[in-house]
Design a protein around this ligand. Structure first.
Ligand SMILES: [Zn+2]
Length: 424
């Protein structure tokens, strides 16, 4: 008798669903609290609090429904053997259009095309509802239905252009891999990520958004001075037209080695009344760079990728595993999909660990900005971002420990205050 891998995977997925729903219920209870947390009284206006509460509760209700539909579909697909059925159908399709279904690359591409169409169709009602009902109801949505579908079609075109060569390369590598397969796969993904990091800002991001250099003036001067005082290799300083889609605001840093760019959302510039708040937010971002957080994250991703491929090479020839999921053959892509599913428990642990690290990085970057003298500006900048984005004010400690990559505002403000006292 063989181990029932598929049933174990489905069982675990459902267990995780139950656990995460329990956390969602806890968070929902926190979101319903009618008053601000003590530390935010007098910091956040009552009107902003009411709005953020309504927005968070709306999103929470929607999330319960979305998660329920997702677990239902995902476990049904595995349990009722829809994967092997669809694999067979896509092989028949390849033969039908006069191509050779024995060719694993063609067969895999046909399968993936079907999967993509399926996921686009099943995601569509949810993303439409989220954008044009929830985001719109709370005043965030700025995009038209036309822009929404244009983005979607551009995204599909991109995957049709980029996807096939990558899929083909992975299949060839696995077929010819030999004992060092994990190293080759990792090397390929590493090279690919460097190429994508180079191409993304010049070729892909401009397909969706307009990037214009931040105009000469006070703000630009202040950011450039800050960058040069930290020896940050700032090559480009852009404003992105985030406002064409949403009034959510943000800023980020991008690029590797000596070629960095900072991108500010136009919404951030509109929402922060004084330049100092924006400069303080940038000081926080540059803290991530100066403290090597970006390097650590990159290395962590590389190690995890390597471990995943290592695990995959151990099980890729396991006939029992494939049989348990309903496959008589052992195609490369299917092996990867099955392996992904069997390591779901580990992935949850890893993402919990990564969130833990990420939150401590956030505190460190805040402290960095504070040491540069931006404590009060960062405070008001963070409060402004929290208010404008209507982020959740009351959070459940278990929920935020599990899901949040950034500490809740209450904790960040408390930490800024605490290191204040230490400095005195
Ligand atoms: Zn940060």
């Amino acid at each position: 008798m063989v181990f029932p891998y598929m049933e174990a995977v489905v069982g675990f997925m459902i267990l995780m669903y139950v656990f995460e729903t329990y956390l969602d219920v806890r968070q929902h209870t926190a979101l319903k609290l009618p008053t601000l947390p003590k530390t935010l009284e007098g910091v956040i206006g009552q009107e902003k609090f009411e709005k953020s509460r309504a927005y968070s509760l709306d999103k929470s209700h929607f999330h319960f429904f979305h998660e329920f539909v997702t677990i239902l579909m995902d476990s049904a697909i595995l349990f009722f053997g829809l994967l092997p059925w669809f694999w067979k159908k896509s092989g028949e399709f390849v033969t039908f259009v006069g191509l050779n279904a024995e060719n694993e690359i063609l067969h895999t591409l046909a399968f993936l095309a079907g999967v993509m169409i399926w996921s686009q169709i099943t995601d569509l009602p949810f993303s439409l509802y989220s954008t044009f009902v929830i985001e719109a109801r709370h005043g965030f949505n700025k995009q038209t239905i036309w822009l929404f579908f244009r983005d979607m079609i551009k995204g599909i075109c991109l995957s049709v252009i980029i996807g096939p060569p990558i899929v083909a390369a992975i299949i060839v590598i696995v077929q010819k891999g030999g004992p060092y397969l994990a190293i080759y796969l990792w090397g390929f993904m590493f090279a690919l990520s460097l190429v994508m990091m180079t191409l993304y800002p010049v070729l892909i991001a401009p397909l969706f958004n307009k990037f214009t250099p931040l105009p000469e003036g006070g703000l630009r001067k202040k950011i450039e001075n800050l960058a040069s005082s930290l020896k940050f290799p700032l090559k480009k300083l852009f404003v992105v037209d985030g406002s064409t889609r949403s009034s959510h605001s943000n800023a980020y840093m991008y690029g590797f080695f000596k070629n960095k760019r900072i991108v500010l959302y136009d919404t951030l510039i509109q929402q922060c009344k004084n330049d100092e708040e924006i400069v303080a937010v940038i000081a926080h971002e540059l803290g991530h760079w100066k403290l090597n957080h970006t390097v650590y994250s990159f290395v962590a991703v590389q190690i995890l990728t390597f471990l995943q491929f290592g695990g995959y090479t151990l099980v890729r020839n396991s006939t029992d595993l494939f049989r348990s999921f309903g496959f008589d053959t052992q195609p490369v892509l299917i092996g990867l999909i099955i392996f992904q599913h069997t390591v779901i428990p580990l992935q949850h642990l890893v993402s919990f660990g990564l969130n833990l690290v990420s939150r401590s990085f956030e505190f460190q970057a805040d402290a960095f900005a504070k040491n540069l003298g931006y404590a009060s500006q960062l405070r008001s900048g963070l409060v402004k971002l929290q208010e404008e984005n209507l982020s959740a004010m009351n959070t459940d400690p278990w929920y935020s420990a599990y899901h949040y990559s950034h500490p809740p505002l209450v904790e960040r403000l408390a930490a800024l205050d605490k290191s204040d006292k230490k400095a005195e």
